[in-house]
Design a protein around this ligand. Structure first.
Ligand code: PLP
Length: 363
């Protein structure tokens, strides 16, 4: 019945998109979405509840999150003179960026394999998307291919996830600097995994007029809040701020994030546990037959199975009550690849056991 309406009114490029799929996870060990597995200590929960009692939800939130912005600037060390805007997750900031530059024939460019939202959001706003393959042997940026694609397409925005999702590596910084210098438009360094990485472009803000750095609180342990921030030249951010919906950061998120930032050492400690577990998990997985483990600076590991085994292992893990991400259906450089989030030591042990059992019977 609504078929004719859809046909007539929904833009063809929207009809062509397949919806972002989130698999059911109830009752499973959830190692598919790069969440922090640790909850809050009881004292922090008590403080949270006390603040909640003083929170007025009958009032609109602070539209710009002024106090939270000041706190982020201080705690995260955003360089003086650089602006900050908040997003309902960094996904929303990608959307704001795209809406600000969207026009027919304009493009967004990103390396592939990469974070899927860059391509999806380009489609939502009617822009072209240019995916430039990473080098197949080490998932490094292919500088020549990037420069050639930028010269050909003149992208309005280049997104570089640093570290990259789903490959987990930090690309060569010198190559990124060359890309920033050659880009005709904006370059957004997406540092969603900054808590687990050894390098960052945040201190580099101001070195180039087209450099922006985007971060999120999701992977640090606050995925449920939906809070990200974008930092860069204030004049540029003023333009993006016009498109950001007023009140995009709700009162509960502003209150909770402020509390979390006051106790950032708890989250830093959890991130340190995850980095330690990452090394242990990588070593354990590397010892399994028929699995290649890629180096990671994030809170997940990319694995390559023997040809054709990724689907089998993914299903066997589900049977064992463990949800991971099967990347093999994307094909290309990700054929036979799985991605596992680093969990608690107990979750990681169960993952290794289940993989061991699955691999055993797969051979
Ligand atoms: C998870 C992720 C995001 C999205 O984070 P949210 O703030 O939860 O929207 C952005 N970029 C990359 C590379 C990610 O992996």
């Amino acid at each position: 019945m609504s078929g004719a309406l859809i046909e007539r009114w929904i833009r063809p490029e929207i009809r062509a998109i397949s919806a972002y799929h989130v698999p059911p996870s109830a009752g499973l060990i959830k190692l598919d979405a790069m969440e922090n597995p640790y909850t809050w200590p009881q004292e922090l929960i008590d403080r949270w509840l006390a603040r909640l009692q003083q929170t007025a939800v009958n009032r609109y939130p602070d539209p710009a999150g002024t106090e939270l912005v000041a706190q982020i600037r201080e705690v995260m060390g955003v360089p003086a003179g650089q602006g900050i805007i908040l997003g309902n997750g960094s996904d929303e900031l990608i959307q704001v960026l795209a809406m600000a530059v969207a026009a027919p024939g304009r493009s967004i460019l990103a390396p592939e394999p990469g974070f899927v939202m860059y391509r999806m959001i380009a489609g939502f706003v009617g822009m072209d998307y240019v995916g430039v393959p990473l080098r197949s042997d080490d998932f490094e940026l292919d500088l020549d291919a990037m420069l050639a694609a930028m010269a050909e397409h003149e992208p309005a925005i280049v997104f570089l996830a640093y570290p990259n999702n789903p490959t987990g590596n930090l690309w060569d910084r010198v190559v990124i600097e060359r890309i920033i210098e050659a880009a005709p438009g904006l370059v957004v360094i997406d540092e969603a995994y900054a808590p687990f990485a050894a390098d960052s472009f945040l201190p580099d803000l101001g070195r180039w007029p087209n450099l922006l750095v985007m971060r999120t609180f999701s992977k640090l342990g606050l995925a449920g809040l939906r809070l990200g921030y974008l930092s860069g030249p204030p004049e540029l951010l003023d333009e993006f701020d016009k498109i950001r919906l007023p009140y995009n950061i709700n009162t509960l998120t502003q209150m909770t994030a402020a509390l979390a930032l006051e106790h950032i050492e708890i989250f830093d400690e959890q991130a340190a546990w995850i980095r330690t577990s990452r090394a242990e998990l990588a070593a354990a997985l590397a010892g399994l037959p028929g699995l290649e483990v890629y180096p990671s600076e994030a809170n997940f590991l990319l694995l390559r199975t023997e040809p054709g085994q990724a689907d089998v292992l993914h299903r066997k893990l589900l049977d064992a009550g463990i949800l991971i991400k099967n990347l093999s259906p994307s094909g290309g450089l990700l054929a036979d690849c799985l991605r596992v989030t680093v969990g608690t030591p107990d979750e990681n042990r169960r993952l290794v056991e289940a993989l061991w059992a699955g691999l055993d019977r797969a051979q």
